[in-house]
Design a protein around this ligand. Sequence first.
Ligand code: GAL
Length: 359
Amino acid sequence: MKERYSKGVWDSGGGLRGACRRALLFCLAACAVLTACGGGKEAQEVESLRIGVSLYRGDDTFINNIRSELEQKAKEYEQETGVRLHMDIQDAKGSQNTQNNQVERFISLGCDVLCINMVDRTNVSLIIDKAMAAGVPVLFFNRQPVEEDMNRWDQLYYLGVDPKESAVLQGEILVDLYREHPEQVDLNGDGVISYVQLEGESSHQDALIRTEWSVRTMRDNGVPVEKLTGGIANWERSQASALMEQWLEKYPDQIELVISNNDDMALGAIDAMDRAGVRDINLLGIDGTVPGIEAVDSGKLLGTVASDKEEFAEVMLGIAIAKAKGEPLPDGITLEEGKYYWCGQDVVKRDEDKVIKNK
Ligand code: GAL
């Protein structure tokens, strides 16, 4: 079951997303064609654009899903406009040093704009210095630099998914189920829902905010949750699996709920449950990655909060192209404080008939 919810600006009227997305694409295409057909030197110059993209880790499932969408959207844009996009996507493999070198190289190659998924979001000075010196706009995404850094230059932008919104939606999945079927949440019927929590990187804005707000939402709405334990698994399936294995041993038959900061870690917990032959625990994720949605469909995951990857990629390209050309943003993309764009997200829940019955 998929419930539409979105903060994305062009969906504010509800249900208009598809039409507006087409409008946005059309606008991107029309702007490019107009410029390209305009004649003169300027027109020649925009027939190809160079975009440098650096990923904090190419093996991150969510980031990988965004990358696929981005490549797809870039292809569509090229086909529709005839403008050649030289999009160079590099993997920083978790090293800030590598990422800094990638940025230097992008700039020396003459990139018109940079899209950076920071390895260390608190260590952006060098990248901002280089970009400012070269006059190349930067769109940061998914790993948000602190405000002070973002305010250093008016050519710095951020695209992400509002973590508080994700967490509140995640919490509400449980609240809704508890109100309708408390017995499916309080599995042992003792009036308390004992949970464990899987957290992302400790320095990541999404992890900190999601950890707090999902639980708060449950409590504020009258769900009697009680924490057994929690731990940091850095967004990773294998790390989460190892933690969950320990917790299943330490708290036999006590865990009723796993609240995970992302889908991959929830999937890791499911791996551990499968190994231990445990089935009757509810799990919640965030991201709506391809394997995450599959787990909801198969009934293994109670629900997830899926960010709209297509919107993410399209807005990323929309901002990048406009900034590369020094043009206004396409209709439909409005930046908060002139800098921030928050991508829409949807709740995806397990169907009633997929409920895993207690053994
Ligand atoms: C989060 C996402 C995680 C991971 C992380 C990387 O927003 O939920 O799965 O991809 O970003 O920065």
